[in-house]
Design a protein around this ligand. Structure first.
Ligand code: ADP
Length: 166
């Protein structure tokens, strides 16, 4: 039987407890999960690629999920998925508002590479409102973000956001 390899791509600008929830659940569903941080994002990211990747790595390593690895990619995610031999793309769904763009992306990705399917994991209710942009907004004003980002990276995220400021 072939090993089931999945990719969870995102900008992770920065990683939140909502992302961690998806990573934890997906790691239990597949033999191996690659968390892939996108390098080229349309919108300018607040955290650099190196920072985003390091925060993801530290947060996931703290959970000892032994089948999760990390990578970064640029360009089309479907090409990346193909290049690593994965058969599943994992995405999270929070609200109906996520659905339309995610649906469009899933169709586009399958057109580019038909060897992989997108699987959507529905958010856990407590993280439904949670997004990286909310973390950035609260952190920028010096608000407490410890309940919405992984504990081991909370201080570093808060420091950076305070520096970025308003
Ligand atoms: P992107 O810019 O690619 O959407 P994000 O880092 O914002 O990257 O999100 C990556 C994935 O994680 C997306 O599929 C997004 O819907 C999902 N996600 C983000 N926050 C949550 C959350 N709180 N619950 C479930 N899924 C989430």
């Amino acid at each position: 039987m072939s090993l089931k390899l999945a990719v969870y791509p995102g900008s992770f600008d920065p990683i939140t407890l909502g992302h961690m929830d998806i990573i934890r659940r997906a790691s239990g569903m597949f033999d191996r999960l690659i968390v892939a941080v996108v390098g080229n994002i349309n919108k300018k990211s607040t955290f650099t690629l190196e920072e985003r990747e390091a925060l993801v790595r530290r947060a996931v390593e703290a959970e000892h999920l032994s089948n999760v690895t990390f990578d970064r990619y640029s360009g089309l995610v479907a090409e990346y998925v193909k290049s690593v031999g994965a058969t599943t793309l994992v995405r999270g769904l929070r609200a109906v508002s996520d659905f339309e763009s995610e649906f469009q992306m899933a169709l586009a990705n399958r057109q580019i590479y038909s060897g992989a399917d997108t699987v959507f994991l529905v958010t856990s209710a407590e993280y439904m409102y949670l997004s990286s942009s909310l973390v950035r907004e609260i952190g920028r004003y010096g608000g407490d973000i410890r309940h919405i980002v992984p504990a081991c990276v909370a201080d570093d995220i808060a420091d950076k956001l305070l520096k970025v400021g308003v």
